[in-house]
Design a protein around this ligand. Structure first.
Ligand code: ARG
Length: 465
């Protein structure tokens, strides 16, 4: 091995007479981004060195020198005091070269029974695992805020929409709890992905395993993995854990974008259902009256980056022969960006939702317009007058047409007008035409009745405590 990084590579240049072309170096190097894996790389190397000593492959004194030296490297990087070198390609070789400069000869023994292939697979799994944990924590925080919103607004009536047309009255609490369910499934996707990714590739070596008597269970345990991966080819060549993370992140981003879109609509002058606080709004440089929901809009847009990352890595991995190929170096930037994007979007949504002002009068007025209780009228005819639902639907439709023509709403029609559509209609029907009665009647499991919403709020408060 030579120390001269200006000519052939210090780590693998034994058979090379000349160094790489500058453009070769530029396309090959990953240090500009994989330096983000430094803590995981050093943690993995320390576990590997300790295992090499425990199995007698390294002397204790060499392993100790390596372990101590790696801690020095760690503190240098953390102090922002580390000479990252592009000639040394990646984080693995940067760390090892610095270790050699610090402790000399024993550094060259660290790479015994290991390859960068299992090293990077291990580093990256550790990093993605941390991000899955962070996503789980962030989603829990968001769910708590939404449950609190649902609790305070369990009986605030608002219009429920289909096709973004007024459909039936629902409660604010019910609407909030719909998102709690979505984000709960997102959380469980990260939990599931974490379980599957929690196996250790270290010791797979380049691809075939190693002839050294290593103890893969020991390193797996030291790094918090449940077990070593059972196939060394698989260990170095799959990135499905990253694909799962990106898939879960993309689905979660879809959910975030839907809530973000609703906030954009609801905060518009035409709706005024909600107002974002000053902390979560921006102004316009030309229109003094403007109060823009930029954070919501950006959350709505972030799915583009996250899904883009998922598509990019799926495309990289598709059709790759076993085992390692350099293509896989393209995994990191995508996952880094997607993870950063997701965490920021989750934090912004949590902040916005905890700070939201809800205009309950506007909600209720909107809920009461648009013939939102037409289904209640039809249901009344089925229940009280024994009409087949299809006929009840038809009768109600003719009353909606009448109200529309008169420019009023269903409860404003006189009893004579109601009776003209069907003689079975009586005074009693007015009670179901009010929005509060409408939501209170939706007592089916999972329905919008305030009692049902409160039961779900209580269930989630227990689960999130
Ligand atoms: N920087 C490489 C990556 O991210 C590390 C593994 C390199 N392995 C190799 N055989 N060249 O994938």
């Amino acid at each position: 091995m030579t120390d001269d990084t200006n000519s052939s590579n210090a780590m693998w240049g034994g058979r090379f007479a000349a160094g790489p072309d500058a453009i070769m170096e530029a396309i090959n190097a990953s240090i500009s981004f994989d330096k983000r894996l430094y803590a995981q790389d050093i943690r993995g190397s320390r576990a590997h060195a300790a295992m090499l000593a425990a199995t007698g492959i390294l002397t204790n004194s060499d392993a100790e020198a390596i372990g101590e030296g790696l801690l020095t490297v760690l503190s240098e990087i953390e102090a922002g005091d580390f000479p990252f070198s592009t000639a040394l390609e990646d984080i693995h070789m940067n760390v090892e070269a610095r270790l050699k400069a610090l402790i000399g000869e024993p550094a060259g023994r660290l790479h015994t029974a290991r390859s960068r292939n299992d090293q990077v697979a291990t580093d990256f799994r550790l990093w993605v695992r941390d991000q899955a944990d962070a996503a789980i924590t962030s989603l829990t925080a968001l769910m708590k805020v939404l449950v609190a919103q649902a609790e305070q607004g369990a009986d605030w009536v608002m219009p429920g929409f289909t096709h973004l047309q007024t459909a039936q009255p629902v409660t604010w609490g019910h609407h909030m709890m719909a998102y709690v369910e979505m984000f709960a499934r997102d959380r469980s996707r990260f939990e599931d992905a974490r379980k599957r990714m929690n196996e250790c590739p270290l010791g797979s070596a380049a691809l075939a395993g190693t002839g050294f008597p290593i103890d893969r269970h020991m390193t797996a345990q030291a790094l918090g993995f449940d077990r070593p991966m059972a196939n060394s080819l698989d260990g170095v060549s799959d990135r499905d854990f990253a694909l799962e993370f990106l898939s879960a992140a993309a689905i979660c981003s879809v959910h975030l974008s839907r809530l973000a879109e609703e906030l954009v609509i609801w905060s518009s002058a035409q709706f005024r259902f909600v107002a974002m606080s000053d902390k979560w709004s921006t102004g316009s440089s030309i229109m003094p009256q403007k109060r823009n929901p930029d954070a919501a809009e950006l959350i709505r847009a972030k799915i583009g980056r996250v899904l883009g990352a998922a598509v990019a890595l799926f495309t990289v991995m598709k059709g790759l022969p076993l085992a390692y190929s350099k293509d896989m170096q393209e995994d990191k930037e995508q996952v880094f960006d997607a993870a950063d994007t997701l965490m920021l979007a989750l934090a912004a949504m949590t902040g916005m939702m905890s700070d939201l002002t809800v205009n309950t009068a506007k909600l209720e007025a909107a809920a009461s317009s648009g013939f939102s209780t037409a289904t209640d009228l039809a249901d009344w005819l089925v229940r009280e007058a024994g009409l087949p639902f299809r006929e009840a639907h038809h009768v109600t439709g003719s009353l909606v047409a009448l109200a529309e023509k008169k420019g009023c709403d269903l409860p404003d029609l006189s009893l004579e007008e109601l009776k003209s559509a069907h003689p079975a209609l009586t005074e009693a029907v007015y009670s179901v035409l009010g929005v509060h009665n409408s939501v209170a009647s939706r007592q089916s499991y999972g329905g919008t009745a305030p009692d049902q919403v409160r039961a779900q709020v209580a269930r989630w408060q227990g689960l999130l405590a």
